[in-house]
Design a protein around this ligand. Structure first.
Ligand SMILES: [Zn+2]
Length: 205
């Protein structure tokens, strides 16, 4: 599978580029910044974007979505985070953010399976960091957004975070197979097993 990441922005947010080997059709997950660099990377790899997905509605994950989607590309976000597109300020993660006026918004919910060229992505609703935070899962990996990072977890102290939901979502993460690679919204890759063993925020009391 083709997988690339772009993360040299001030939030160190990972923007993931995904495509099946041998397919031109790519998916962009969490385009916070640098839409022109996303396009250039895809072009260099012989891929063209088919859809843009958000793990949640914080601006550092969706900021470039409108520019990247333009008139044609669909943008997928959980229904509970859709409001972040037009009300980023009130929705806030503690910094000022303009509206992200994507034209073709498609909401997803838990259990949805999104088919793309040569692979599909399953939606796991994992609220807590935001009400509409999701993880995206394929046969080969999980994109955990701001639920779980290598050695850390996402914040659940924003105005519309929920610590109780976060706890339930982390339990759901821990039910996944140890060997599953995890690509977080910030920082380096990990696996479910590594986080189960070593993440201080996931150790049972
Ligand atoms: Zn976030």
């Amino acid at each position: 599978m083709f997988l690339d990441v772009l993360n040299d922005n001030s939030f160190a947010t990972n923007c993931w580029l995904v495509a099946a080997t041998g397919s031109e059709e790519a998916v962009v997950v969490d385009p916070g910044f640098s839409p022109e660099r996303v396009r250039a990377l895809l072009e260099a790899a012989g891929k063209r974007p088919a859809a843009v997905l958000a793990t949640h509605g914080h601006f550092d994950h969706i900021g470039a979505a409108a520019e990247l989607c333009g008139d044609d590309l669909p943008f997928y976000v959980h229904e509970a985070d859709r409001a972040a597109l037009t009300d980023a300020d009130a929705w806030g993660a503690g910094y000022e953010a303009p509206a992200v006026l994507v034209k073709d918004v498609r909401t997803v919910t838990d259990g949805d399976v999104l088919p793309f060229g040569g692979f599909s992505i399953e939606v796991l609703h994992t609220p807590g960091h935001t009400p509409g935070s999701v993880c995206y899962r394929t046969d080969g990996w999980l994109m955990s957004g701001d639920l779980v990072f290598a050695g850390a977890i996402g914040r659940s102290d924003f105005p519309n975070s929920s610590p109780a939901d976060m706890t339930a979502s982390l339990r759901r993460f821990l039910a996944l197979p140890d060997a599953l690679p995890v690509y977080p919204g910030h920082g380096p890759d990990t696996t479910v097993g590594r986080e189960r063993r070593a993440n201080p925020f996931l150790l049972e009391p």
